[in-house]
Design a protein around this ligand. Structure first.
Ligand SMILES: C[S@@+](CC[C@H](N)C(=O)[O-])C[C@H]1O[C@@H](n2cnc3c(N)ncnc32)[C@H](O)[C@@H]1O
Length: 244
């Protein structure tokens, strides 16, 4: 894990996404100015800063890794959001907040760490009546993916499923779906994989004699190559729902 954290530390975005997609999902909530937001797996705050700028409200940003949170704090201060962005080091599987504390639960590229259903179930109680959830989740975009993609994700995230199946899960976890959309290719290529590839070149040099680091870099490059070859068969989908 520490090698993975060190690989991602200098990267602002640690998953596919964009300011535009964050704003698009916020619009789908139908409540552009929610009064209290919690974000899980915030990393360095790629989405947190957009939420703060777009809503002018308080955002609690939760992550397990302290140095990502420190990076977010610095960025929030530079953007003039110190008073509204509160960072919290905690396990998103057991959030230390009372029921009904928030009216928007947000998470980009992180719910897969618990599984889509488990994450939705654990976070549902945090919402006030009528509150919303907005999460991006890696999703099959076809029913018969190419073997290379199927094998890769069967090993990495066997619970990955289709849009229809995730919408059914959203409903079964107590949410009315308000909308969903697939992140555009540039959210992967320009915003995530291009900086990651550059970082990987430095990372390989920094850890030239560490076989574990080289293996990690190989794995990351394999993931990028898979997306280039088969990225039309899977993608990140933003799901937005209202607690019912
Ligand atoms: C793929 S990154 C996405 C980060 C950020 N949302 C973004 O798009 O840049 C997943 C994030 O989840 C955090 N994380 C992993 N396990 C966690 C846990 N159990 N509780 C809270 N955060 C966790 C990682 O430290 C990392 O910042």
């Amino acid at each position: 894990m520490s090698l993975l954290f060190s690989l991602y530390e200098p990267l602002f975005r640690k998953a596919p996404g964009s300011d535009r997609s964050t704003r698009q999902a916020l619009l789908l909530t139908g409540s552009p100015r929610p009064s209290k937001i919690i974000e899980f797996g915030c990393g360095s705050g790629a989405a947190t800063l957009v939420l703060a700028a777009s809503t002018e409200t308080a955002v609690t940003a939760v992550d397990i890794h302290q140095s990502f949170l420190a990076d977010l704090k610095r960025r929030a201060a530079r953007a003039g959001f110190s008073g509204r962005i509160r960072t919290c080091r905690a396990d998103m599987a057991a959030p230390p907040f009372p029921d009904g504390s928030f009216n928007l639960v947000w998470s980009e590229g992180a719910i897969y760490l618990m599984g889509f259903e488990s994450g939705l179930k654990r976070w549902r109680r945090l919402l006030r009546p009528g509150g919303c959830v907005a999460v991006s989740e890696v999703t099959w975009l076809c029913t018969n993916p190419p073997l290379a993609a199927a094998d890769y994700w069967a090993a990495g995230y066997p619970a990955m499923t289709t849009i229809q199946s995730n919408l059914a899960t959203l409903r079964s976890c107590g949410f009315d779906p308000l909308g969903h959309f697939t992140l555009p290719p540039e959210d992967w290529s320009e915003n995530f994989y291009r900086p990651l590839e550059e970082r990987l070149r430095h990372f390989r040099t920094e850890h030239a004699t560490d076989p574990d680091a080289q293996t990690l870099a190989d794995e990351e490059e394999r993931e990028i190559e898979l997306w280039r070859n088969h990225g039309d068969s899977y993608g990140y989908v933003f799901y937005v729902g209202r607690a019912c």
